[in-house]
Design a protein around this ligand. Structure first.
Ligand code: ZN
Length: 456
């Protein structure tokens, strides 16, 4: 049994007056955030100017503390002056804005000093009116209503939810779930409430603890497994995508905005844009739903899951890549499998970014130098195997851990140039850490021994 923090999110159906209170709270959060940021910036600029004039350190304007606590203390002194209307909203709205600011400032500081890994965090920017509306409550009267169709929020009142809250309600009744905080937000024109919950999870081990499954996200289907199973796209996705294309054409016929001539968009164009926006949300929801069902199924059935480490940000920027959407899904699937696997003790292996899963023959181990995206079927010149491209990739991924359990999750690197795109060359399976193919044996199988023996 383990205690994890999980979010339970429900769509809200607020009354018009509740909606205006929700908006007011989110605006209050933004106001406090921007107020704090302006102050921090002013003091920083002042100190910088003083330093350039040669004012000694102890005579300069004192530096501001960036902790949420001191930002809040400053706000409580200034609020009568800068926001005489502060009493209209819960004080939690302002606190959450300042807490977010403190986190943003800390991330920036840690990123600059090298304490924080990953992409560089920029200095916080002011929040505009068109951003995501959100507001968090950490104290006060919030929770679920007894009828399981409403939630209680401080100052906002009892708001109806669009779906039943029983999953969370049962946990609370049985004492296995405890709500820590609640956040309301508006995305894609809908209001949501998200409970941050401490949950005692008791997941059972996977059904086949010894089985290994490789997952390759497909182009035409959602995913292809190494077992040969093809997981189809969510049911309504195709219909939604067709409708999306139709609406895009419709928008193109209508008069949009033009910055150079300062032409304002027509009402009809705006109407189509709202519909497109809503449809985009629905497509994203359908995809996420499909991925959730897939990731849950994988960790319930298999003892180890192997997925690719794709350069997701790089891929989504490449518009010509047919796997655009597959790349988006891979990042999300990795995230979901990552946390769900931890619950049930499933091992996750992430194949190296340069592991050529789709270029290796899963039958004999020969590697193709180039495989065009249009080639949907993998045909091997060495053993004559012909297999669906995605399934071949999935089988290669599964083979990475087939024989070497609990080994490192990193594998062979093959940094070969792609060569002439119009000529398909065949090289031997890479077995060296340098990425140069071995010359001795003509066709060698990529065995688990090969792939793991070169991990330093
Ligand atoms: Zn082959």
């Amino acid at each position: 049994m383990s205690t994890v923090i999980q979010a339970y999110r429900f769509a809200l159906d607020p009354t018009p007056s509740q909606e205006s209170t929700l908006r007011s709270h989110c605006g209050a959060q933004r106001f406090a955030y921007n107020w704090g940021l302006a102050r921090v910036k002013a003091v920083m600029n002042q100190r910088e100017a003083e330093a350039s004039y040669g004012v000694p350190e102890d005579e300069r304007t004192p530096a501001l503390s960036w902790s949420a606590y001191s930002l809040r203390k400053d706000w409580n002194q200034a609020k009568f002056e800068v926001a005489p209307w502060w009493g209209e909203n819960s004080k939690e709205a302002y606190s959450s804005g300042l807490a977010n600011l403190a986190t943003a400032l800390k991330n920036w500081g840690d990123s600059r000093s090298g304490k924080r890994k990953g992409r560089k965090a920029g200095f916080p920017v002011f929040k505009g009116k068109r951003g995501v509306l959100s507001c968090r409550f950490t104290t006060g009267a919030f929770g679920l209503a007894a009828d399981r169709r409403h939630v209680k929020l401080p100052r906002i009142g009892v708001v109806r939810t669009c779906e039943n809250t029983r999953k969370l309600a049962r946990g609370i009744e049985q004492g296995t779930a405890r709500i820590r905080s609640v956040t309301v937000s508006m995305r894609g024109g809908r209001w949501f409430v998200s409970f941050s919950v401490e949950v005692e999870r008791n997941d059972s081990a996977p059904r086949n603890p010894d089985s290994v499954v490789g997952v390759d996200l497909g182009v035409t289907s959602l995913a292809v497994l190494s077992t040969g199973e093809v997981i189809a796209n969510p049911r309504h996705l195709e219909v939604a995508l067709r409708e999306l294309r139709r609406l895009s054409r419709q928008a193109a016929r209508r008069q949009g905005p033009d910055r150079r001539t300062r032409r304002t968009p027509s009402r009809r164009w705006l109407k189509t844009q709202t519909r497109i926006q809503r449809l985009h949300t629905r497509v994203a929801d359908a995809r996420r739903d499909g991925l959730h069902k897939l990731s849950t199924r994988l960790v319930r059935e298999h003892g180890a899951v192997v997925i690719e480490d794709l350069n997701v940000t790089g891929m989504t920027k490449n518009r010509r890549l047919a796997r655009h959407s597959a790349g988006v899904g891979m990042g999300e699937l990795r995230r979901q499998i990552g946390y769900k696997a931890a619950w049930s003790g499933v091992r996750v292996h992430v194949a190296d970014r340069f592991y050529p899963s789709s270029k290796i023959c899963s039958g004999c181990g020969a590697v193709k130098a180039k495989l065009r995206l249009s080639e949907r079927v993998y045909r091997c010149e060495h053993c004559g195997m012909a297999l669906d491209r995605d399934r071949n990739a999935a089988r290669n991924l599964a083979a990475l851990v087939q024989q070497g359990p609990s080994s490192a999750s990193c594998v062979v690197r093959l940094n070969e140039p792609d060569g002439n795109p119009h000529k398909t060359r065949t090289t031997r399976a890479a077995g060296t850490a340098t990425g140069r193919p071995t010359r001795s044996t003509p066709h060698r199988k990529v065995t688990a021994h090969d792939t793991f023996s070169h991990v330093s």
